[in-house]
Design a protein. Sequence first.
Length: 178
Amino acid sequence: MSSSMVAKRYALALLQIAKEQRLLTELEAELRVVKEVLQYTPELNAVLKSSKLTIDKKKEIVTQAFAAVNQYVLNTLLILIDRHREGEIVNVANEYIELANQELGIAEAEVTSTRPLSDAERQALSAVFAAKIGKSSLKIENYVDSELLGGLKLRIGNRIYDGSLRGKLDRLERKLLG
């Protein structure tokens, strides 16, 4: 079974529990934290991948590291360790986040602008672009890039909306040269 199939299976099981217990957003937030910790803590990854440590020792370390997370998330992590699928934890988190967003009608968006966006600007962007793609709202991650000169670039999945001054100048240049 491919790793993405494995991750999806665990994520679906966790999603079912979350829906039954009405914990969709709480578990999503906690899985984002787990994912971030694993991505930015190479030492923890090394411990989890170590063949010298017993499964019980790995479970003890994970239990201590993630003592504050919901019991359902912790149990999922421990089951993954039991089944020698420690390398799938980040993939399970990604799959769960994607499934939870689908369930809630939310899309993830990356917005690149010349300055940080205010809350009002984030809400306005969310309202306009969520309606365009048939979602109820957008979860916006804002990146600042002074190269844009003005305006902004929005990426939702594989769609890119380029309203930046840099993008307009590039399109004008191609039109004049073409």
